[in-house]
Structures are given as structure tokens and as C-alpha cells.
Design a protein around this ligand. Structure first.
Ligand code: 5AD
Ligand code: SF4
Length: 432
């Protein structure tokens, strides 16, 4: 068998795309994966372009890979940066053999056999493509439910790299989930740029099905115990969706609610489609229906035009909601977005100060939240073996918890009582 070295950057969708790439290459071209770059016959970087940093890193990394690789090994660039830079990648790094966009994953075998192929059509429809089967984890199955995004958030490059939104037909999703469950997965993780907009558009004539209905249908798979998903959009969090989330026992009680900003003015400039009040109202409804829910979020600081008062509004939401996890970023101008042309930019040092302040406030909140976990018992699904004979997994609320144990625990549920607290991982002992 030939050897494939693949590096995956970015989000969970990219991880699933990499699994699809590996699956196709195994079946069609006789590849197996390797962690050793020097041993590889094919080197792939599955890129992210959501912020500028990973893009500039790409070219330095390509240079290093080119120096270290076997003489006749091929290099391919896949993913979102491939979509938006296209043949420019080969112009800047002529040793790259092919470029494959985030919307063209199914064409991996085709581009592999054509030198200097550039396949980056963001209108390409692979929503009904039957990928071969490959999963990195047998315990948790990532499943795409839609591709692309129909929103036009002014900071975001994704609609330009993953194209218009198209949903995968419900029968294909159910078939994939059932197959994963038959293979031992007790948890599925549904993926899309905007999952609760599911059903907006299908390829061909199909019955309209929304996300709530999809969740209900998936819950009928008997051996399936847990459903997670990311990312929902606060704008589409209607009562019906929140009520299904709360009452369906198979849906994990952890919700990602990307805030981006707490200022209604900035949200308008970002074209997010909701206000500070709407966001807080949805959190209130969610907590009313589901008091134990844990909520995570994404925040961008220093978006063009963000004043001190706007930033205080963001901190106000953070203090009111007390998120369980925050992914926070400084605004990074991206090509082909509307905000790229906004001139009222925020100074870099102000941006850094704001980010640090936000992160410090969140860390204090998190320490307080974590302290309340001591002595509590959580139902944990074990997924990973870690060093020193520990096994880790996640609670329903998505808290990462480790216990002393061996691989016999993998794929099993246990009740775990928390005995010590860390910022990213809690430690406990099995009680049942
Ligand atoms: N600058 C900074 N952060 C961004 N994100 C998306 N686009 C940008 C950008 N131009 C963040 C958002 C999104 C997360 C995946 O990345 O918070 O939710
Ligand atoms: Fe994922 Fe967005 Fe990065 Fe593409 S740009 S890999 S969709 S986070």
C-alpha cells in the first residue's frame, strides 16, 4: 500500500472532509495513512482560511514539507484556502501537484492522477455523493448534514470557500448514522455551517424537512444514545427547536451559540440578523426549558467600528450568560468579504487589550463554574486513552473528564464523581 500523510487544520467539517479523503484514497488508490512525513507518497494539507494566520503559515509549511518529502512524493493542498486561492497556490509553490477545494472533496482520486489539477468549483454539488467509509473514531461518528452557507456575515469567507448552502437528504443521513451505530458508535455529531437551517435547499425535488424533524428521526435509531451538533445559528433558534433540544433525551445538553458581538450595532454591521436582546432572549428560553444546559460561544473582538461601549456590551452578555466555553478571536480581514473594505478599523493594541480583558473575565467565570462541579456526578462516555493509564470522555454537557482506567472503558458509559478540578479537564472516579 502507498502512504498518505494528511494534516488537517480548521473546524470539524474539515476533519470530516479529511476522513472522506482518506476513505476515497484507501478504496480507489490503495493508500493507508502514516504519521511520518518522510515515509509518505502523498502529502495533503487540508487548510482553513477563516483567519489570516493559518493562510500565511501554509506557504512556509509547504516549503518545509517540500524539503523533507521523498523525492517522488506528491503534495496536494485541499480545503478552504484551496477554494479561495485556487491556482495561485501552484504559482507561489510550483512543486504543489494539485489543489482541491472544500466543495470538491469527492474528486480527490481524479485530481491525484492529473498533474497541476485545480478543482475549486464552489457550486459543485456533492450533497448526494456516496463516500466510502472511513472514521478515525469508532465511538463517535461525525456526519455532514449540509454543505456551504447562505448567510452573508460581513467578516466571513466561508460562503466563498464552501459555496451556497445545500442540505444532504434525510434518508442518506439516517443511513449513514445507522451504519456508524452498527459499527459501534453510540454518539453522532452532526455537522454543518448552519445546522438549524437544515432543509433550506435540497438537490432535486425533495420533501421539505427541517432540523427539528431530522433530530426526531435520528433519535429513532435504537442503539444510538447521544446526538451532538455544530453550529446552530442564534437567528434560527425558534421555540420549536429549543423545545425539541430540551425534551429529547438523546440530544446532549450542550449548545454552541455563536454570539460574535454583544453590541446590536456591531451585529448589524456584521449582518448577523439578530440583536443583543434576541440573543439574551434565546439564552433565557433555552435555560427555562433546559436548566442544566451548558452553552459555548464564539466572539470576535475589534470588528471595524467597535467602540468601547460596543465592547462593553459584549462583556455584558458574557457576564450575564456565563458561557461554559468561549472561542475568542481578534477580527481578521478576509478577502472577498464586505468587511474587508470597511475603513473604520480598530487599532491593533486596542484589539489585543480587549481580547485579553475578555479572556480574563471568562477565565474567572469558568473557575467559578468548575468549582461547583467538585463532588458532582456526571454520566461520561469514554472515547480516548491518555497517558498514565487514564481514559477520558465527555459528559452530556460536553465537560471533558478523565478517570484512571484502561481501554476496556472505551465506548462505555459510566457515572463519574469529580474529585479534582482543572481548567480544561476534570478528574474523577467511577461510581457506577
Ligand atoms: N476574523 C476573526 N474571526 C473570525 N471568525 C470567522 N471569520 C472571522 C474573521 N474574519 C470566527 C467566528 C466564527 C469562528 C469559526 O471563527 O467567531 O464563529
Ligand atoms: Fe472550517 Fe471555516 Fe476554516 Fe473552512 S474556513 S475550515 S469552514 S473554519
Amino acid at each position: 500500500m502507498k502512504k498518505l500523510f494528511i494534516e488537517t487544520l480548521g473546524c470539524a467539517m474539515n476533519s470530516r472532509d479529511s476522513e472522506h479523503i482518506i476513505a476515497q484514497l484507501r478504496e480507489k488508490d490503495n493508500y493507508e495513512t502514516t504519521d511520518d512525513l518522510k515515509d509518505a507518497d502523498l502529502i495533503l494539507i487540508n487548510t482553513c482560511s477563516v483567519r489570516e494566520k493559518p493562510v500565511s503559515k501554509l506557504f512556509s509549511e509547504l516549503g518545509i514539507f517540500n524539503k523533507k518529502k521523498k523525492v517522488d512524493a506528491k503534495i496536494g493542498v485541499c480545503g478552504c484556502t484551496a477554494s479561495h486561492l485556487g491556482d495561485e497556490i501552484i504559482k507561489r509553490a510550483p512543486y504543489v501537484n494539485f489543489v482541491l477545494g472544500a466543495r470538491n472533496v469527492s474528486k480527490i482520486s481524479e485530481v491525484l492522477h492529473k498533474d497541476k489539477a485545480v478543482e475549486v468549483d464552489i457550486n459543485y454539488d456533492e450533497s448526494e455523493f456516496a463516500f466510502d467509509d472511513f472514521r478515525t473514531s469508532t465511538y463517535k461518528a461525525f456526519i455532514n448534514i449540509s454543505m456551504g452557507c447562505d448567510k452573508s456575515c460581513t467578516y466571513c469567507i466561508v460562503p466563498k470557500t464552501r459555496g451556497d448552502e445545500i442540505s444532504i437528504p434525510i434518508d442518506l443521513i439516517i443511513r449513514e448514522a445507522s451504519r456508524a451505530v452498527d459499527g459501534g458508535a453510540k454518539e453522532i455529531f452532526l455537522l454543518g455551517q448552519n445546522v438549524n437551517n437544515y432543509g433550506r435547499r435540497f438537490s432535486g425535488d425533495r420533501e421539505k424537512v427541517n432540523f427539528t424533524k431530522l433530530l426526531q428521526e435520528l433519535s429513532k435509531i435504537k442503539e444510538l444514545q447521544r446526538i451532538r451538533f455544530t453550529s446552530p445559528h442564534p437567528f434560527h433558534m425558534d421555540d420549536e427547536f429549543i423545545e425539541e433540544f430540551a425534551k429529547n433525551p438523546k440530544i446532549c445538553k450542550s449548545m454552541h451559540m455563536p454570539l460574535q458581538s454583544g453590541s446590536t450595532k456591531v451585529l448589524k454591521d456584521m449582518k448577523r440578523g439578530y440583536s443583543k436582546e434576541w440573543f439574551l432572549n434565546r439564552v433565557k428560553k433555552l435555560r427555562q426549558e433546559c436548566p442544566d444546559v451548558s452553552i459555548s460561544t464564539d466572539v470576535i473582538v475589534a470588528f471595524p467600528g467597535e467602540s468601547d461601549e460596543d465592547f462593553e456590551d459584549t462583556l455584558d452578555v458574557i457576564n450575564q450568560v456565563r458561557f461554559n466555553q468561549i472561542f475568542s478571536f481578534k477580527y481578521s480581514p478576509r478577502p472577498q468579504t464586505q468587511a474587508e473594505h470597511f475603513t473604520n478599523t480598530v487599532d491593533a493594541d486596542i484589539a489585543s487589550t480587549r481580547l485579553t480583558r475578555l479572556q480574563n473575565i471568562h477565565t474567572d467565570i469558568l473557575d467559578e463554574i468548575n468549582a461547583t462541579s467538585l463532588g458532582k456526578t456526571y454520566r461520561v462516555y469514554f472515547e480516548n486513552l491518555i497517558q498514565d493509564y487514564y481514559v477520558s470522555g465527555r459528559s452530556d454537557e460536553n465537560i471533558v473528564i478523565k478517570v484512571k482506567g484502561s481501554d476496556e472503558l472505551l465506548g462505555e458509559f459510566r457515572d463519574v464523581k469529580i474529585t479534582s478540578i482543572g481548567r480544561t479537564i476534570l478528574t474523577g472516579e467511577i461510581v457506577a
